[in-house]
Design a protein around this ligand. Structure first.
Ligand code: NAI
Length: 468
C-alpha cells in the first residue's frame, strides 16, 4: 500500500493549492479527484467558464451598442454561440491541464476516483471503472467543496430547470430566462444571457439583490442591470417550478399575491451546500455542524485526529480564494509552521458589468455592530480615465473607523472593481487607514485614482469633487 505524508481529497482551488504547498514543504503528497479533470467546480463549471462567457458577452454588447460611440463602425454584428462556448471550453481545458502539469511538476501523486476515508489514516480510491486502490496517509485533508442546492419544489431536470452547470452551455439563448435568486450566480448568469439576447427575469425573496454587499452600492448595481434590460422582482418567494411541454411555470408570492412566471429555461441559484458525500467522514465519526458542514477548529482539524477540512465543505464564504488560503494555512500548520487566514479581509466580487466588489464591513454591518464610522465616496464620473474609457458607471465607498481612521471595509462598483479592490485589501491587511491610502501616490490617469479620492473623501479632502 502506498503511504503518503498527506492525502488531499478534492482538487478544487482549495485542494490543489494545498497539494502544491504541501509538496513545497517537502511532504510526500497525494491528491484524489473523482472527476476526470482536476480543478473542481471553480475551473470546470464555475468561476472560470462563467468569466469566459462574461468576457465574450461583454464584447458582444460592446460591438453591438458601444463601438459606434468610439467611431468604430461594425456592420451586422451577430452571435456565433458555438464559437463562444468553444472558446470557453478551451480556456477551461488550458487551466485544468495546467493544474495537472502543476501536480506533476511538484511531484504530487494524482489519483482519479472517489476517495473514501475507511479509517483514520486510510483512504480507498474507487475509479469509475476497475478496482479500488488503498492508500495510507498521516494527514488527510477533506476539500470536497459544495454543490448547488436542489430544492424538492423546483428540482433540477438538467434541461428546463437547471443549475449553473447547464446554464453555462445552453446551445441557444433562451427566449425567456428565469433566474431564481439574486446572488452572485444568478446575477452573473442572468447578465450573460441578457447580453446574448434572452429576456431575463430575476426573482428574489429578499427586498434587495446581492446580499452580503453594501446595500447602497447593491441598489446601484440593480439600477445598472435594470437599465441593461434585466427585470427584477424583489420580495418574491418562489414556491414551486413545474415543467410541461418543455415550458416552465414558476409560482411565487409577493405581498400575499400569487404570481406566475413562464420561461423556457429556469436557473435555480438559491445557494450552494457543503458536499461531503462518499468521503466517509460520517462513518469514522467526523462531526458536522447544523448545516452539514464539516466542523473544524482554528487549525482546520476535525474532531478525528489526523483529519482536516478546508474550503466550501467547512463554514465561511464559499469562495475559491478563501479555500486556497485555507489550504495553504492548513498544510503549513501540519508542517509545523504558522499558517493563518485573515477572515476579516476576504474580498467578494460579483462579475457583472459594472462589477460589484466588497471587502470587510459594510456601512450597515459596522453600524449594527455599534461602531462609529466615517464614510468616503467617489464616483467614477469624476475620474478622467473613466471618462476617457467611456466607463463612468460606479462609485468607490470606504467605511473607516471614526476614531482611528482604520479602514474597516470598502465597496466598489465599476467595470474594473475586481482588480481595483486588491489595493484596498492589501492596505487593510496591513491595518492601514484611509489617510494612508489617500496619501499614497496613484498614477494618473488611472481608475485607481478614484480609490485614492474616495479614501481622501473620508476626511472630506477629495480633490476632483465637492466635499459635503
Ligand atoms: P446566494 O446564496 O449568494 O444567493 C441566493 C439568493 O437566492 C439569496 O439572495 C436568497 O434570498 C434567494 N432565494 C433563496 N430561495 C429563494 C426562493 N425560493 N425564491 C426567491 N429567492 C430565493 O447563492 P448563489 O448565487 O447560488 O451562490 C452560491 C454560492 O456560491 C455563494 O456562496 C456565492 O458567494 C458563491 N459564488 C460566488 C461567486 C463569486 O464570487 N463571483 C460566483 C458564484 C458563486
Amino acid at each position: 500500500m502506498d503511504k503518503f505524508d498527506i492525502i488531499i481529497i478534492g482538487s478544487g482551488p482549495g485542494g490543489y493549492v494545498a497539494a502544491i504547498r504541501a509538496a513545497q514543504l517537502g511532504l510526500k503528497t497525494a491528491i484524489i479527484e473523482k472527476d476526470n479533470e482536476l480543478g473542481g467546480t471553480c475551473l470546470n463549471v464555475g468561476c472560470i467558464p462563467s468569466k469566459a462567457l462574461l468576457a465574450s458577452s461583454d464584447h458582444f454588447v460592446f460591438a453591438k451598442k458601444e463601438a459606434a460611440k468610439h467611431g468604430i463602425v461594425l456592420d451586422k454584428v451577430s452571435l456565433d454561440l458555438a464559437t463562444m462556448l468553444g472558446r470557453k471550453d478551451k480556456v477551461v481545458k488550458t487551466l485544468t491541464g495546467g493544474v495537472r502539469a502543476l501536480m506533476k511538476g511538484n511531484k504530487v501523486t494524482t489519483f482519479t476516483g472517489l476517495g473514501t476515508i475507511t479509517a483514520p489514516g486510510q483512504v480507498r480510491v474507487q475509479p469509475n471503472e476497475g478496482n479500488a486502490t488503498e492508500i495510507a496517509g498521516d494527514h488527510i485533508v477533506i476539500a470536497t467543496g459544495s454543490v448547488p442546492i436542489n430544492l424538492p419544489s423546483m428540482p433540477f431536470d438538467g434541461v428546463t430547470v437547471v443549475s449553473s452547470t447547464e446554464a453555462l452551455c445552453f446551445d441557444k439563448p433562451p427566449e425567456k430566462f428565469l433566474v431564481i435568486g439574486a446572488g452572485a450566480i444568478g446575477l452573473e448568469l442572468g447578465s450573460i444571457w441578457n447580453r446574448l439576447g434572452s429576456e431575463v427575469t430575476v426573482l428574489e425573496f429578499l427586498p434587495r439583490i446581492a446580499l452580503g454587499f453594501d446595500l447602497e452600492i447593491s441598489n446601484l448595481l440593480q439600477r445598472a442591470l435594470t437599465a441593461q434590460g434585466i427585470k427584477f422582482h424583489l420580495e418574491t418567494k418562489v414556491s414551486s417550478v413545474k415543467v410541461a411541454n418543455g415550458q416552465a411555470i414558476a409560482t411565487a408570492t409577493k405581498g400575499g399575491e400569487e404570481l406566475k412566471f413562464e420561461a423556457d429555461k429556469v436557473l435555480v441559484s438559491v445557494g450552494r451546500r457543503a458536499f461531503a458525500e462518499g468521503v466517509g467522514a460520517d462513518k469514522i465519526g467526523v462531526a458536522l455542524d447544523e448545516r452539514c458542514r464539516i466542523k473544524v477548529d482554528e487549525k482546520f482539524r476535525t474532531n478525528v485526529a489526523g483529519i482536516y477540512a478546508i474550503g466550501d465543505v467547512i463554514a465561511g464564504p464559499m469562495l475559491a480564494h478563501k479555500a486556497e488560503e485555507e489550504g495553504i494555512a492548513c498544510v503549513e500548520l501540519i508542517a509545523g509552521k504558522a499558517g493563518h487566514v485573515n477572515y476579516d479581509v476576504i474580498p467578494g466580487i460579483i462579475y457583472t458589468n459594472p462589477e460589484l466588489a466588497g471587502v470587510g464591513l459594510t456601512e450597515d454591518l459596522a453600524k449594527e455592530k455599534g461602531l462609529k464610522v466615517r464614510i468616503g465616496k467617489f464616483p467614477f464620473r469624476a475620474n478622467g480615465r473613466a471618462l476617457a474609457n467611456d466607463d463612468v458607471e460606479g462609485v468607490v465607498k470606504f467605511v473607516a473607523d471614526a476614531a482611528t481612521d482604520r479602514i474597516l471595509g470598502a465597496s466598489i462598483l465599476s467595470h474594473a472593481a475586481s482588480e481595483l479592490i486588491a489595493e484596498i485589501v492589501a492596505v487593510m491587511e496591513f491595518g492601514g487607514s484611509s489617510e494612508d491610502l489617500g496619501r499614497t501616490v496613484h498614477a494618473h490617469p488611472t481608475l485607481s485614482e478614484a480609490v485614492k479620492e474616495a479614501a481622501l473623501a473620508v476626511e472630506k479632502h477629495a480633490i476632483h469633487i465637492g466635499n459635503r
